[in-house]
Write a new protein. Structure first.
Length: 405
């Protein structure tokens, strides 16, 4: 058993609702607190000296100087298993070229597919691990990782194997998602629906057999897949035993409605969502995942986070870290900046980065600091939790624990 502390402030994020708007006054703050950990789980959180007196045999990991403790962040939407760069795309975009113009010039998702297919599995694993370790150092202890830059049976399996191998080599928790339905591959001889059936018949059973993922995702957009094909695909994927999630409402609406009808765990992006979609999401159990990194990378408006919260939705914030539209990957910076634009209080941002993001991944063992939850935690060198977002991502944690270590 180990006692960690003392911390100037502990924000366990307990007692907050899963859905809807929050206020900072709702935050429970433990001053001069400590965390008692055993076998990766939290045993107790209380005043540090009281815990030390009550557990004299506990090994003490002493924290010196002012520190604020938060749960580890959960990044519930990333594409960080990829090879190559799309710096050329970014330069074209900032010079005024459109998404479609860039794709026609040989850029876009297909450029990343080409480069990822060329990389061997060991190279992909190492590239992924480097990104995972950077995320972990910045307080992100759980990371969803999508495939979707393979877009063939062999290349998708290669990506998913790389994710599984990386998961065994890092303290961070990696959650694997199959995004073979990212776009219609240029080298597939058939229609969109025929490609989705090809995935259902030839890829998803192999993923199940090799235990490479329990989740599937689909991009619903004019440049990807339509709503009716997506609904059919998601229904059949669920019959095969997969959880489902959706890239929804990024440039046009329609995706979030599919996500709700399919009872998807989450609808992600939502930059184009109108009041109609916002109200539907608020009434559903589908988590609304906002991706400020994509807004920054594409120079587009943010998802309507304030309206989603006020309507009563469960709002998560993820990085969308990918080589094309969101290459930065700094989750805290993105969340802090979106919070300033969308007028989200600290409680709403922290909830969106922790237990609400965990809900998007159907994980109920993390995201808050309380008895019997995972001791995934991060400590910031400051004396007031408000400093963390105030510095807009420049204040990083100087200590991160995964399962108490």
């Amino acid at each position: 058993m180990k006692l960690i502390g003392p911390f100037t402030q502990i924000l366990p994020l307990t007692g907050l609702p899963l859905k809807g708007a929050l206020k900072d006054e709702q935050l429970y703050i433990i001053p001069n607190g400590g965390v008692l950990v055993d076998d990766g789980l939290i045993v107790a959180i209380d005043d540090f000296e009281q815990l030390r007196l009550a557990h004299p045999s506990a090994l003490v990991e002493e924290i010196t100087g002012d520190h604020v403790l938060l749960p580890g962040f959960v990044d519930c939407h990333t594409h960080i298993c990829f090879a190559g760069s799309r710096a050329k795309d970014y330069a074209l975009r900032t010079a005024g070229k459109t998404y479609l113009e860039i794709a026609k010039a040989g850029g876009g998702i297909w450029d990343s597919v080409t480069q990822t297919r060329m990389a061997d599995e060991a190279t992909l694993t190492n590239l992924l691990l480097n990104r995972v370790q950077r995320h972990l150092a910045e307080g992100v202890t759980t990371i969803e990782v999508k495939s979707g830059y393979g877009l063939s049976i062999d290349a998708e399996l290669k990506q998913l194997r790389a994710i599984k191998t990386a998961a065994d080599k890092t303290q961070a928790s990696l959650v694997s998602t199959c995004l073979a339905a990212h776009m219609l591959p240029k080298d597939f001889d058939g229609t969109h629906s025929e490609y989705l059936n090809h995935i259902l018949q030839n890829l998803l059973p192999a993923i199940k057999q090799q235990r490479l993922a329990n989740r599937v995702d689909i991009f619903i957009e004019e440049s990807a897949f339509n709503a009716s094909d997506a609904l059919n695909y998601l229904a059949k994927a669920k019959q095969l035993g997969f959880e489902v999630t959706v890239h929804a409402d990024q440039f046009t609406t329609g995706g979030s409605e599919v996500a709700i009808q399919a009872r998807a765990a989450s609808a992600d992006h939502l930059e184009a969502s109108t009041d109609r979609e916002i109200n539907m999401l608020a009434k559903s159990d589908t988590v609304a995942v906002t991706l400020p990194g994509a807004s920054l990378g594409l120079g587009m408006a943010y998802a309507p986070a304030r309206k989603l919260l006020d309507a009563g939705a469960c709002l998560a914030i993820a990085s969308d870290w990918n080589p094309g539209s969101a290459p930065m990957g700094d989750l805290l910076m993105q969340a802090a900046v979106m919070g300033a634009v969308e007028k989200l209080c600290a409680a709403e941002v922290f909830a969106g980065l922790t237990f609400r993001a965990a809900s998007a991944l159907k994980l109920n063992d993390r995201g808050i600091l309380t008895k019997n939850k995972l001791a995934d935690m991060q400590a910031y060198p400051c004396n007031d939790y408000r400093e963390i977002l105030y510095h807009q991502g420049k204040l990083k944690p100087d200590r991160v624990w995964v399962a108490g270590d």
